[in-house]
Design a protein around this ligand. Structure first.
Ligand code: DAH
Length: 348
């Protein structure tokens, strides 16, 4: 009996030492097989118990039973500690800061804004100011002052959204401006001559929408008024602007064109930058890209805006910023530009 009982403290100490080092589930398994397995000291003691004489069995049995209980408690305690530690680790790894801003995609400039910014920079470097205009415009600024009276057939060239607002004078008509040319009149009235200005902005036409037409698009208007201005100044200005925009020398050509607010009026083409005039899909095999309308400001327009046509002359031009952006970025459907599709917009 002495033999059995005297070994108990050593077994207990060794179990405590081993339990101390338990870190994970497999350490627990090892502990259990070491202290409760078939070859464990406990199992050896249990066997020896059976061989003891009956009068000693009781006391020694109690001692071995107490050892079994202590070892079991030790194992349970360790299991509990381990489960707690694992739960804590899980919570820590899953912790999120709910006050942090949600991850967001970085925005970028719209392709039209990008081209507009570049065009503005280039004209500003040539001394042009940048002016804003009104989207809702008095009929007089959009048409009459630009030498397009009500009876003029040129009014039919642009399908117009007419507007009648509550409280408007019924004799005065308003439109969603069909062209940025209205800014010519405002700036001449406000600043007089000499003057150099461009006016990028939205225009509106009552058109059927398809891949190349939208009811809302962007134009850039240009106006330069000074003494002794000629078409040569217009040519130099446009060549310089396109050269900077395309970062290569760009050839332009004038064709006669009709716009009531200029005389003579011109259509300006530039040589296709892709095929360099040889003919390709983009220029429809012509070697040229139609770019803008332009001309020498009509004396009626100067007069309407309060500028003396005897003293001053000027050139004006207008081109489609939307079309230019589509060409620059190879966008083949105008509707994409107003689609607000992230897949499309995030490319720029
Ligand atoms: N406003 C014209 C249009 O929308 C473009 C234009 C042509 C503007 C000739 C001009 C110009 O200033 O001189 O089609």
């Amino acid at each position: 009996m002495e033999d059995v009982i005297s070994r108990i403290p050593k077994i207990l100490n060794s179990a405590r030492d081993t339990a101390e080092k338990i870190q994970n589930a497999s350490d627990i398994e090892r502990f259990e097989s070491e202290f409760f397995g078939k070859k464990s000291a406990l199992s050896v003691l249990s066997k020896q118990l059976k061989e003891l004489p009956a009068d000693q069995k009781k006391e020694a049995g109690k001692a071995v039973g107490a050892l079994r209980q202590q070892l079991t408690d030790l194992s349970l305690q360790k299991k509990k500690e381990l489960a707690g530690a694992m739960q804590k680790q899980k919570w820590e790894s899953e912790w999120i800061d709910v006050t942090k801003p949600a991850p967001a995609n970085c925005g970028s400039l719209h392709p039209i804004s990008r081209v507009q910014e570049r065009v503005e920079e280039i004209f500003q470097s040539m001394g042009f100011a940048v002016a804003d205009g009104n989207h809702i415009e008095n009929e007089w600024y959009n048409f009459d002052a630009l030498n397009i009276p009500a009876s003029h057939p040129a009014r039919d060239m642009q399908d117009t959204f007419w507007i009648q607002r509550k409280g408007d004078n019924p004799n005065k008509n308003f439109v969603l401006r069909t062209q940025t040319s209205d800014v010519q009149i405002h700036t001449m009235q406000e600043q007089g001559a000499p003057l150099r200005v461009i006016a990028p902005g939205r225009v509106f036409r009552n058109e059927d929408v398809d891949a190349s037409h939208d009811a809302v698009f962007y134009q850039v208007e240009g106006l330069l008024v000074d003494e002794d201005i000629s078409l040569a100044h217009l040519k130099g200005t446009i060549e310089t602007m396109l050269g900077h925009l395309f970062e290569t020398d760009t050839c332009i050509r004038f064709r006669p064109g009709y716009f009531p607010f200029v005389e003579p009026g011109l259509e300006v083409d530039f040589q296709c930058t892709l095929c360099r005039g040889k003919g390709c899909k983009t220029c429809k095999q012509t070697g040229w890209i139609e770019f803008m309308g332009a001309g020498m400001v009509h004396r009626n327009v100067l007069k309407n805006a309060g500028v003396d046509p005897e003293k001053f002359s000027g050139f004006a031009f207008g081109f489609g910023l939307t079309r230019l952006a589509m060409m620059k970025f190879g966008i083949d459907d105008i509707r994409l530009l107003s689609s607000q599709k992230i897949d499309f917009l995030s490319q720029f």
